[in-house]
Design a protein. Sequence first.
Length: 317
Amino acid sequence: MAGMAERGIFAMKILIVKPGGIGDTLLMFPALVELGVRFPGAQIDMIGNRAALDLFRISGRIANARSIDDRLSTRLLCAADREAVDILGSYDRLFFLIDDGDGEIAHRLTAAGIRDFVIASSRQADPRVPQWRYCIEICGLRQTLSEDDYCREFARGFSPPAQRGGGVIIHPGSGSASKNWPPERFCAVIDHCCSNLREPIALVMGYAEDGLHAAFERMRHHPRISFFVDCPLAEVVSLLRGARAFLGNDSGIAHVAGLLGVPSVVLFGPTDPAAWKPIGGSVTVLAPPDGERSSNGIATDAVIAALHCALGMEYGP
């Protein structure tokens, strides 16, 4: 990692290791803000999901980013050689949000003479605690700002500010098929939007969602619907910056939308929204009735009504 072993002008150097998907990683953002409040001028470097970390760099909250799958990252986790130990030793504080059940990482760090480190599970044990707040606590800090403050801090790096006139962004996929609301219901919502709303629709699908493409093929030539398939995350961010509303499953893109302050409707199934809800006061969560662990239990009319609300419009079926 360029600059990783050099202190430069920074008063303190902090390294955070946080594996996980885009959404899991973005829930770390409030902790980065609070670290900046607690240690002004600190250099914060991260190892983790490179796509999400690049957003952190744009926001100005981290200096250097490296993929968790990079060979040097593996060497650092193992304190495998003198170079790795020297790099780790150049940091004043190390935070590993990673499962170390057998204590192997802690043992290797201690044996290498590294002392000021924290290793904690990447996920909180108490499902009532939001994951983003858990990350703050792991760093030994407390929440000093509101969720909307964190969103403003995140969006600050993505300039110039966009006008909210870009229509509705719909993302019918996620990193796991078990999280997905049925595609035919997304189609029903899109049909409703095309018949009853004036906003253009942008349908976003990624590389992990090939199986969904056929369900929306009939819409490909609709004049009000644009398809964005396998786009770089930076392009999706640009779309979201101008959107009036977002609709999607519990996914990394939903977390991006929440942090950007986009009025969002996010559909949850097997995961608990109390812990994993995207950050932001503009996020509306819909979940199945108690006891169900599938988003299939979320009614289409409830989604349409929530989307109308996100757009600042009334809905009467």
